[in-house]
Design a protein around this ligand. Structure first.
Ligand SMILES: NC(=O)c1ccc[n+]([C@@H]2O[C@H](COP(=O)([O-])OP(=O)(O)OC[C@H]3O[C@@H](n4cnc5c(N)ncnc54)[C@H](O)[C@@H]3O)[C@@H](O)[C@H]2O)c1
Ligand SMILES: [Zn+2]
Ligand SMILES: [Zn+2]
Length: 366
C-alpha cells in the first residue's frame, strides 16, 4: 500500500507559551527503520494546556530548567495509519503497511540507567512526542515514528478519537497499578476528567469493595458511574470526608488516587484516608501545593506514591477500549479539524466542565 504523499502538510507549531500557530511544513521523510503515519486523531490533554499556558514544569523557573522546547509540533496522544516504512521498521515493530497504531508518548533512549533496567518511562533524556524537537508530535497531518519509539497496533474500526484515547487510558491504568488495590479496599478517585474516568474503570476492574468518585460537575460524576464508580460525591454540595467515613465505619478510605490537577485535592485526600492508607499522586500541578506533611508521618503513616505515564499498561488499555465496555462516545466529547486547534485548546481550558476529552482529527472527520 503506497499512498500519494504530498510535499507539505498542515501542522500546529508551538513557538513558546500561548504562541501556537497553524503552519505549512514539509511532510517528514522517514529514515531507515522509521515509519510515516497519517495521523487519524490526536487528543489534547490537561498537560498540553499547562504547557500552552507556560507552566514551570514545562518551561522552567528559578528551581528547575525548562524541559519542553519551542518550534515543536505538539500532540502526544495519537493514533495513525502506517503509510510508509521499510522492512526493517515493519519487522522491528511487528506491523504492516496500512495498520493503525498508537504510540507510547515516551520515546525512550534505551541506553540510560532507567532504560537499561526496564524503567523506560522514567528515561533520563525523556523525549516525548510533542514536547521535544527530536520527537515532533501529532497535531499535524503526518508524523514519523522513530525506530526506538513504542507503537502498539489498535483496531481500525474505532473512531480516531477513541483510538487516541489509548494514551490517557494507559496512564490511568498505571496510576491504578501503583495503588496496589486489595479486595476489601474502599478506593477514592478524585477527578472524573479523562484520566480519573480511566482510573475509575481500572480500579473497578480490580474488584475492591467500593469505588468512590469525587468531582464538582454532575455530568462527569454520571460518566464516572458508567465507568464503574459505586458511589459519586459532588464535592461542591457534599462533604467527601463525611461520605467516606460513613462508608468505612469512621476509619477513612484505604486508597486515594489524585487526578484533578488541583492543589485543593491533595489536602482533601490526606484528610479522607485512613491511617496506613495509600495515596497515589498522578496530577501535574500548575502551581505549588501546600499541605501539612505531618499527616503523612505522625498522624497516619501514609504510603505516598507518585505515578507517571502508562508503562506496561498499553495492551490492557487498548483491549479495554476495543471491548466496548467504556462509554467512549460520551468520554470523547468534542472533535475539531486541525485548523480549529485554538478553539479546541480554549475548550480544554474552559473550567465550566463542558468537555471531557477534546481531540483534533487531522485526516478529517470519520
Ligand atoms: N503523571 C502523568 O504522567 C500525567 C499524565 C497525563 C495527565 N496527568 C495529569 O493528570 C491530571 C488529570 O488529567 P485530566 O486530563 O483528567 O484533567 P481534567 O482537568 O480534564 O480533569 C480534572 C477533573 O477534576 C475535577 N476536580 C477539580 N478539583 C477537584 C477536587 N478538589 N476534587 C475532585 N475533583 C476535582 C474537575 O472538575 C475535572 O473534572 C492533570 O493534572 C494532568 O496534567 C498526569
Ligand atoms: Zn497527555
Ligand atoms: Zn533512557
Amino acid at each position: 500500500m503506497m499512498q500519494d504523499i504530498p510535499a507539505t502538510m498542515q501542522a500546529v507549531v508551538c513557538h513558546g507559551p500561548e504562541n501556537y500557530r497553524l503552519e505549512e511544513l514539509p511532510v517528514p521523510t522517514p529514515g531507515p527503520g522509521e515509519m510515516l503515519l497519517k495521523v487519524d486523531g490526536v487528543g489534547i490533554c490537561a498537560s498540553d494546556l499547562k504547557c500552552y499556558h507556560g507552566a514551570a514544569k514545562f518551561w522552567g523557573d528559578e528551581n528547575r530548567p525548562a524541559w519542553a522546547e519551542s518550534e515543536v509540533v505538539p500532540g502526544h496522544e495519537f493514533a495513525g495509519t502506517i503509510i510508509q516504512a521499510d522492512d526493517e521498521a515493519l519487522t522491528h515493530h511487528g506491523v504492516e503497511l496500512g495498520d493503525r497504531v498508537t504510540c507510547e508518548q515516551i520515546v525512550p533512549c534505551g541506553t540510560c540507567r532507567y532504560c537499561r533496567r526496564g524503567q523506560y518511562w522514567m528515561c533520563a533524556p525523556h523525549d516525548m512526542f510533542g514536547f521535544k524537537r527530536a520527537t515532533p508530535g501529532a497535531m499535524a497531518e503526518y508524523l514519523v515514528v522513530p525506530k526506538i519509539a513504542l507503537p502498539h497496533k489498535i483496531s481500525k474500526d474505532l473512531p480516531p478519537a477513541h483510538a487516541a484515547f489509548a494514551e490517557p487510558l494507559s496512564c490511568s491504568l498505571h496510576g491504578v497499578e501503583r495503588a496496589n488495590i486489595q479486595f476489601e479496599d474502599v478506593v477514592v478517585v478524585a477527578g472524573a476528567g479523562p484520566i480519573g474516568l480511566g482510573m475509575i474503570a481500572g480500579a473497578k476492574s480490580k474488584n475492591p469493595m467500593t469505588v468512590v468518585a469525587l468531582d464538582m460537575v454532575d455530568e462527569k460524576l454520571e460518566l464516572a458511574r458508567r465507568c464503574g464508580a459505586d458511589v459519586t460525591v459532588n464535592i461542591a454540595t457534599q462533604d467527601a470526608v463525611t461520605v467516606v467515613r460513613d462508608l468505612t465505619d469512621g476509619y477513612g478510605a484505604d486508597v486515594y488516587i489524585e487526578s484533578t490537577g488541583h492543589p485543593s485535592a491533595v489536602g482533601q485526600g490526606l484528610g479522607l484516608l485512613r491511617k496506613l492508607g495509600t495515596y497515589v499522586e498522578y496530577s501535574v500541578f500548575g502551581s505549588d501545593v501546600t499541605v501539612d506533611w505531618s499527616i503523612i508521618s505522625d498522624d497516619k503513616e501514609l504510603d505516598v506514591r507518585g505515578a507517571h505515564l502508562g508503562p506496561h499498561c498499553w495492551p490492557a488499555a487498548i483491549a479495554m477500549i476495543e471491548s466496548g465496555r467504556l462509554p467512549m462516545d460520551d468520554i470523547c466529547t468534542d472533535q475539531f479539524p486541525l485548523e480549529d486547534f485554538q478553539a479546541a485548546l480554549d475548550l480544554v481550558g474552559d473550567t465550566s466542565g463542558r468537555s471531557v476529552k477534546v481531540s483534533l482529527l487531522p485526516a478529517g472527520a470519520k
